[in-house]
Write a protein that binds this ligand. Structure first.
Ligand SMILES: *[C@@H]1O[C@H](CO)[C@@H](O)[C@H](O)[C@H]1NC(C)=O
Ligand SMILES: *[C@@H]1O[C@H](CO)[C@@H](O)[C@H](O)[C@H]1NC(C)=O
Ligand SMILES: *[C@@H]1O[C@H](CO)[C@@H](O)[C@H](O)[C@H]1NC(C)=O
Length: 181
């Protein structure tokens, strides 16, 4: 197959609707000195990758980052109340994290490792007095990647509602996955 044919095929993979899709992620935010759970919709939509190996598929630059830490947390670990150390992405790639708020028992979230394991943690000590609590109730270890953003930046976003994102708000990713087959 010629190069031209290949890129032509790749370009046909994604309908416009998919490249206009915006990612929704659960965030630990803060308001009036207290941590919150919020559903953020990132301002930048998915675009079509031009990188070799993924050309034509849906891609989204989340942010610039400075470093990345791989963390292995045993089953039943209790992280206690803590603030986000930096504005950072946390990607749970395996296991289960249960996040609660010290001043608000009306909301909580379970983040399972895997496809929907991305959150943003923004309740640094400067904006939240007590932070949030993370427990790891899964039967396996939990593996997380912690990725502070460069220069302490928070991605541009709309807060679409209080509380974690709902299943229907991340299901758009399935639409993308369906494009390949
Ligand atoms: C990782 O990045 C954060 C945020 O920029 C920085 O504060 C921290 O010192 C860095 N850690 C290492 C080990 O470089
Ligand atoms: C939330 O629940 C915990 C445990 O039951 C309790 O100790 C705490 O006082 C509650 N907090 C609020 C704000 O209701
Ligand atoms: C994000 O939420 C909006 C509804 O608010 C939805 O239209 C969109 O498909 C969601 N994005 C993803 C990637 O699921």
């Amino acid at each position: 197959m010629t190069k031209a044919t290949k890129s032509h095929l790749a370009l046909m993979l994604l309908p416009l609707a998919v490249t206009a899709l915006r990612l929704n992620v659960t965030a630990i935010g803060a308001r009036d000195g207290r941590s919150t759970l919020e559903c953020w919709q990132l301002e930048t939509p998915f675009s079509q990758s031009t990188q070799p190996g993924t050309a034509g598929t849906a891609a989204l630059l989340l942010s610039e980052a400075t470093n990345i830490t791989y963390t292995a947390i045993p089953s039943n670990f209790d992280g206690g109340f803590h603030n986000a150390p930096f504005y950072q992405w946390v990607v749970f790639i395996a296991g289960l994290a249960h996040i609660t708020l010290p001043e608000d028992n009306s909301t909580a979230v379970d983040i399972a490792g895997g496809e929907f394991g991305l959150i943003f943690a923004a309740d640094i000590a400067a904006v939240s007095e007590h932070g949030h609590r993370t427990q790891y109730p899964g039967i396996t270890e939990t593996i997380a990647l912690q990725i502070p953003t460069k220069d302490g930046k928070i991605p541009n976003r709309d807060v679409i509602h209080a509380g974690p994102c709902r299943v229907g708000e991340v299901a758009g990713l399935r639409e993308i996955a369906g494009q390949g087959g």
